[in-house]
Ligand binder design. Structure first.
Ligand SMILES: C[S@@+](CC[C@H](N)C(=O)[O-])C[C@H]1O[C@@H](n2cnc3c(N)ncnc32)[C@H](O)[C@@H]1O
Length: 252
């Protein structure tokens, strides 16, 4: 899926979940000073910033196919080697990095096994490859309430649950297929607070990701109906949403 949206729209919709996740994911990846790291599918740079904090900008590279996100990372994180590229064709020689990470990206890759294989190729033997994807299939992703409301209205709409890595164990299967070793499946949960219903709903209207693309296809009456259904399913504001991601840590 393409992300032809501004970094600001992404931050408001997904960044509020992916930034706290990035701090936890960098811990899980055991990032240590002196390493060289690659952030695959960096978006506007939430995880990249965590890597820069730990390693310094000179030791961090990042790729993403979205022109607006690549431009945002160049401005936000000067000194990072950020390039326009997809995981399936990484523009780096073999064994370039000590670790390669993909946060919330495997499910958007056209070919996840080939993307993970490329991450393995550019990581030195014994280096670390890690990935995570929201638990969309288990109903504990950040947009579970949204998709429940969508299905209450139209049970035939395809949500994100069938995407690669979004069900328990699937990331590990993909890593095995990509010939990674010492595969350790794990999970992470983050909690985000919403002050008002509009604080929660308005970002869905920005066209970001599969949920945003779905809302963009609705007319005004359909949007109002969906918003009302969501309001009935959500707790009264202020409320917190917990979101869990399946993670995998493995060796190249
Ligand atoms: C949900 S965002 C995650 C961004 C960032 N990693 C984060 O955690 O906030 C998914 C990102 O994957 C990128 N993407 C989509 N297909 C990709 C591919 N084949 N290879 C690398 N990145 C891809 C998108 O452009 C987008 O920036």
């Amino acid at each position: 899926m393409t992300f032809n949206v501004t970094a600001d729209a992404y931050d408001r919709f997904m960044g509020r979940f992916s930034e706290p996740l990035a701090a936890r994911f960098a811990e899980l990846a055991q990032v240590q000073a002196g390493q060289r790291a690659l952030d695959v599918g960096c978006g506007p740079g939430g995880l990249t910033a965590q890597l820069v904090d730990r390693l310094g900008a000179d030791a961090v590279s990042a790729v993403d196919p979205s022109a607006s996100f690549v431009a945002a990372v160049r401005v936000r994180l000067p000194g990072v080697d950020v390039r326009s590229a997809v995981a399936e064709r990484l523009p780096f020689p073999d064994d370039s990095f000590d670790l390669a990470l993909a946060q919330l990206v495997v499910h958007f890759m056209a070919d996840p096994v080939s993307g993970l294989s490329e991450m393995t190729r550019v990581t030195r033997p014994g280096g670390l490859v890690a990935a995570c994807v929201w638990d969309h299939a288990g109903g504990s992703g950040p947009h579970a309430t949204f998709w429940r409301a969508v299905h209450d209205i139209d049970p035939h709409v395809r949500d994100e649950s069938e995407l690669a890595g979004a069900r328990e164990g699937h990331l590990a299967e993909l890593c095995e297929a990509a010939r990674l070793t010492d595969i350790e499946p794990m999970s992470l949960t983050v909690t985000v607070r919403f002050a008002t219903l509009d604080d929660w709903w308005e970002p869905f209207t920005l066209g970001v990701g599969p949920a945003g693309a779905y809302v963009a296809r609705l007319d005004e009456a359909q949007r109002d109906c969906l918003r009302s259904r969501c309001v009935r399913l959500l707790p009264p504001p202020p409320f917190e949403i917990a979101a869990s991601a399946w993670c995998v840590r493995a060796r190249a």
